[in-house]
Write a protein that binds this ligand. Structure first.
Ligand SMILES: *Cc1c(COP(=O)(O)O)cnc(C)c1O
Length: 498
């Protein structure tokens, strides 16, 4: 069974990627019409179902993980090792909720995959004892804010009196009251939308998320203002660092000294530092001087209390997979424990691996660690660095084409030499068309080529277009000509129509 499956999956990976990044309208219409409308009383059986999936549904999918020319959102691909392992996860269907070392190796695989990930990111696993897999960076941000909220209120209570104030135990109102606080806030710059969602979910509220950026530099912290806001009486804060920002791929911090300064003032006022490193944290793999700006943006992120990372983006494992790391092992249990559920206990309290259901959102969980474990084993530190370098190189080659083109403009606008501008580029390229008319239709016109896929966004109140290179197969020689041809074609067609 498994051998057959492995062969089938291996076969899938030798299939050439589809020509078009989007399904044809005919395929979409066909798939839509063929969707079964009602639950059959008698099932149609396995054979007909497989036929339906293959012939009707799959042709209606886009090529997000199967083609390196899909640059939408930040959509990672999936390495062959990860893909194979993910199919084993389905076949064996382990529920990784409780640590049961006499019954399954599953929790140990998860813990090992997480410590390998720490090594990949130059984080000492011993310093990050609270670590778990999540469904993605959004869930990891929820964990980060929930743990931050628990910590900052407990710290405020400890300073005020000796009485403990755990939100997990008392609820937010009673805990704030005991700690003598009126307000809790998240201080950040250019946050991802999921940070506000997380704030809403955990009862801090979207309005508690405040950006405190420098006026002329929307990514960078205004440090004196940060300190003033941390100081406010009756207030406790989480500081959230965007590493990196999703529209531009730029980092909110620019070096170890700045991170040390942020850590110092946060410690003075009992604040928690959370890093949203969904895709940016992977920059810690880079070592070559050509990536110095990215290396600086990642420097000192290990001074944080918690870190969000995504597996299904630059790690190139299948959806859905994110991870969360924190220095504070006890906090996990304060927030996420299943109290009094003796039947869920592993019965080994001295064991170092905590049951995942006591340190994260879900109780029952998929073994999403296995694709990570397999992929890290298959390609190693050098393999992953090489994959990321190819992605950055492709993004920089696209950026260079944009800079040199008379029809497009690279964003944000930097007043610097070309090499310096390109040195800032990570794996996201934000740009717009110089012609306002074309710019309004740019994203749609690019999608219509069907050869490359990009996402639309807004920059300085105008539509903008964004390449997010996040597929392990990225290759300048192979992909750049396709991109150039598509962009040139869009411009030529627009001019011809005018
Ligand atoms: C993608 C992204 C998220 C959300 O991640 P999901 O995996 O979609 O939940 C959060 N923060 C940043 C910076 C991101 O790029």
């Amino acid at each position: 069974m498994i051998a057959k499956l492995s062969a089938a999956i291996a076969g899938l990976h030798t299939e050439p990627p589809p020509e078009d990044v989007l399904p044809s309208e005919i395929a979409l219409t066909h798939a839509r019409e063929k969707l079964i409308q009602h639950l059959p009383t008698k099932g149609v059986g396995l054979e007909d179902t497989i036929k339906h999936l293959k012939e009707d549904i799959v042709p209606g999918f886009n090529a997000s993980s199967r083609s390196s020319n899909y640059y939408g959102f930040v959509t990672g691909g999936t390495t062959p090792a990860a893909s194979l392992a993910d199919n084993l996860v389905t076949a064996w269907d382990q529920n990784v909720g409780v640590h049961l070392p006499k019954e399954t190796i599953a929790t140990e695989v998860e813990d090992k995959a997480l410590s390998l990930l720490c090594e990949l990111l130059n984080l000492d696993p011993a310093q990050w004892p609270y670590r778990t897999f999540t469904t993605g960076a959004t869930a990891s941000n929820i964990l980060g804010l929930a743990c931050g909220r628990e910590y900052i209120i407990a710290e405020a209570a400890a300073i005020r009196s000796s009485s403990a104030a755990s939100v997990g135990h008392l609820g937010i109102y009673e805990a704030l009251h005991r700690a003598g606080l009126d307000k809790i806030q998240v201080l950040t710059t250019v946050p991802h939308s999921s940070l506000s969602k997380a704030a809403s979910l955990i009862g801090m509220g979207r309005a508690s998320v405040k950006t405190i950026a420098l006026k002329d530099s929307p990514l960078k912290f205004d440090i004196p203002r940060l300190e003033n806001m941390l100081k406010e009486a009756g207030t406790a804060s989480v500081v959230a660092i965007s590493a990196a920002e999703v529209n531009t791929g730029l980092f909110a911090t620019s070096g170890l000294n700045q991170m040390k300064e942020i850590r110092r003032i946060c410690d003075m006022y009992g604040a928690w530092i959370h890093v949203d490193g969904a895709f940016g944290i992977m920059g810690r793999m880079l070592t070559s001087p050509s990536y110095q700006t990215i290396i600086n943006g990642c420097a000192g992120l290990d001074l944080a209390d918690s870190i969000t990372g995504d597996g299904h983006k630059l790690l190139n494992v299948p959806y859905d997979c994110g991870f969360f790391l924190s220095r504070h092992r006890d906090i996990a249990f304060h927030v996420f424990q299943n109290p009094n559920a003796a039947y869920l206990s592993s019965g080994l309290s001295t064991d170092t691996i905590m049951s995942p259901l006591n340190i994260g959102i879900e109780n029952s969980r998929r073994l999403r660690a296995l694709p990570v474990y397999a992929s890290l084993m298959a390609y190693g530190k050098d393999g992953y660095r090489e994959m990321l370098e190819r992605q950055v190189q492709l993004a920089r080659a696209i950026a260079e084409f944009i800079i040199e083109s008379d029809d497009f403009e690279l964003l944000p606008i930097f007043a610097g030499e070309k090499d310096e501008v390109l040195g800032n580029v990570y794996m996201i390229v934000l740009f717009r068309a110089n012609d306002e008319g074309l710019n309004k239709e740019l994203v749609d016109r690019i999608k219509t080529t069907r050869k490359i896929y990009v996402s639309g966004t807004a920059w300085e109140g105008k539509p903008a277009c964004r390449f997010a290179v996040s597929n392990w197969m990225a290759n300048v020689e192979k992909d750049l000509p396709v991109i150039k041809e598509a962009l040139r074609g869009v411009v030529d067609k627009y001019k011809a129509q005018k």
